[in-house]
Design a protein around this ligand. Structure first.
Ligand code: AMP
Length: 547
């Protein structure tokens, strides 16, 4: 075999290739950003020059290879400049989630040891409030998106002043290994402190190919790409990298994320593909019921982050001709994992069945492998019923959290344990049924809290419902339903009618042992039910069947 070794070039899969290609072949293509003063437009040619200047600037301010460069910013052209300048320079782009509680933001900056932080002027106050607790930051670079600003941060430099002070010629990029860290992002969905995920150049490079692959998201040069999902949330699902790779026009929404702003931008810029969580689409759907926008340019919407309701996928398509691709992913998977792409022979299936497939989380992207295992670690059958924990592996899946002992419990035989519980149907499509920590484990059998609460929320007297595990002496855990009645039924709703409502749909042993009525379900900062708080509240609750 040895004589065959080395007969193909050892060409590192680094982001330089994307940037240089974009600058060389697509200099006329546009990058558009919505700003407080209107719309900022420039070309990839301008973009390319500024990314090179920014690399000179990183050198000037003392950033060393491997240093973490934090960004606290909306989706803008400047943020996109750092997206490429930092990794191509050899530093690590660390996107900071501006919606995190301040103690977590402090933890993340300190844990990653960010050396400089690039911050939008409109977000300065977040850093001002925690500045005394930041141990590693030597300089704040302010990106002025407000007109006039003042700050108590120190030392600071203005982004544009910095760029104006450096040489105009191209920066001589260092030769980097494809395994070099290009970016990092901390997970938001954890209990305890966030965990750091590090992306290599190679991971992002290969992930971008998956995002550009036909038959899936298929980002291509003809697209006008609008990343609504924030650039601080799992790399805006990889859209900025993939868009630059193919030379697509990019439209950045800045801080303007209300349904009306987004519809206007899609209409004005003739956006062809975009990505955002279901909440955004629920808002847009409601707006479209009242106001008219021309969204006919959209060829595809990627939706994920939480489950997209089937009814909404169907309604958008039938009423507005907008096609949704439901995808699943995590910060730990760069993030694309699976996509609900129907197979060609499903075209002839009845609507009911086709939309059922489209509302699942799908089959893995090329490059990603998945399996699901039961409590004993045995792979579950593809029967669409048995539940198991989803595990993944692939070239853009994390192999360990950054400096974090919690890495040890996150893997099994080289597979990353996602913490998501799924079923897999005979066609190979996964459906997320719960998070492992939210499952009710009754006598060793699993009950999906999500299935139960979704069913309860269909009851006409119910506004919201969450199902949690309550301690039980015999079965260890049993389901407890926590229900918010619609105000008009506050005094007339009963536990019995809820149980009866579920009885026809679920096996008897799935039915909640009790139903308690409350005024509100606690929510997390991103609006999901906060089951941790609920579990805490009901940790000493005695179920009626347990006495
Ligand atoms: P994050 O790392 O913040 O992107 O969160 C990842 C988690 O979001 C996953 O582990 C899932 O629990 C959830 N998630 C992502 N996409 C979907 C989806 N399409 N349907 C249901 N849950 C999802």
């Amino acid at each position: 075999m040895s004589e065959f070794r080395g007969l193909i070039m050892d060409f590192p899969l680094t982001l330089h290739h994307f940037l240089e290609r974009a600058g060389k072949y697509f200099p006329k293509k546009e990058i558009v950003t919505r700003t407080r003063t209107g719309v900022h437009r420039y070309t990839y040619g301008d973009y390319y020059r500024r990314v090179h200047q920014l690399a000179h600037a990183l050198k000037k301010i003392g950033v060393e290879p491997g240093d973490r460069v934090g960004t606290l910013a909306w989706n803008t052209y400047r943020h996109l400049e750092i997206y490429f300048a930092a990794p191509c320079y050899g530093a690590v782009l660390h996107t900071l989630n501006l919606r995190l509680p301040l103690d977590q933001l402090t933890y993340i900056i300190n844990h990653a040891e960010d050396k400089v932080v690039f911050v939008d002027a409109s977000l300065l106050q977040l850093l001002e409030r925690i500045k005394d607790h930041l141990h590693s930051v030597r300089l704040f670079v302010v990106m002025n998106d407000v007109g006039e600003y003042q700050t108590s941060l120190s030392p600071v430099v203005d982004y544009e002043d910095l760029l104006a002070s450096v040489p105009q010629e191209p920066y001589p990029w260092p030769e980097l290994s494809e395994w070099a860290a290009a970016g990092m992002c901390y997970t938001s969905g954890t209990t305890g402190n966030p965990k750091g995920v590090v992306y290599s150049h190679r991971a992002i490079f290969l992930h971008s190919f998956a995002v550009a692959m036909a038959g899936g998201i298929g980002v291509n040069e003809r697209d006008v790409v609008l990343p609504i999902v924030p650039m601080f949330h799992a790399n805006a699902w990889g859209l900025p990298f993939a868009a630059v790779m193919v030379g697509a026009k990019i439209v950045n929404p800045g801080p303007f994320l209300q349904p009306r702003d987004l519809c206007q931008l899609i209409q004005d810029e003739r956006v062809t593909m975009t990505g955002a969580v279901p909440t955004i689409w629920i808002g847009i759907y409601n707006l479209l019921k009242q106001e008219k926008f021309d969204l006919s340019s959209l060829r595809l919407v990627v939706v994920g982050g939480s489950a997209m309701p089937r009814q909404l996928i169907e309604a958008f398509e039938k009423e507005y001709g907008i096609y949704f691709l439901h995808a699943w992913g995590m910060t730990e998977t760069t993030p694309l994992g699976t996509m609900a792409i129907p197979k060609s022979y499903m075209d002839g299936w009845p609507d009911e069945q086709r939309y059922e497939v489209r509302a699942k989380q799908g089959i893995p992207a090329v490059g990603v492998e998945i399996r699901a295992v039961d409590a004993e670690g045995k792979e579950i059958p593809w029967d669409g019923k048995t539940m198991g924990e989803l595990q993944v592996r692939g070239p853009w899946v994390t192999s360990g959290y950054y400096n974090d002992p919690r890495t040890a419990e996150a893997f099994m035989d080289g597979w990353f344990k996602t913490g998501d519980v799924v079923t897999i149907d005979p066609e190979g499509y996964i459906q997320i049924v719960d998070r492992v920590k939210d499952l009710v484990k009754s006598g060793g059998e699993w009950i999906s809290s999500v299935d139960l609460e979704n069913a309860i929320m269909v009851h006409p007297k119910v506004l919201e419902a969450a199902v949690i595990a309550a301690p039980h002496p015999k079965w260890q855990e049993r389901p407890l339903a926590v229900v918010v009645p619609k105000p008009e039924y506050k005094d007339s709703i009963t536990k019995e009618e809820i149980i009866e409502f579920l009885a026809g749909r679920f096996a008897k042993w799935w039915l909640p042992d009790d139903v308690v009525f409350v005024e509100e379900i606690p929510k997390t900062s991103v609006g999901k039910f906060d089951k941790k708080v609920l579990r805490d509240r009901f940790k000493d609750y005695t179920l009626p069947t347990a006495v």
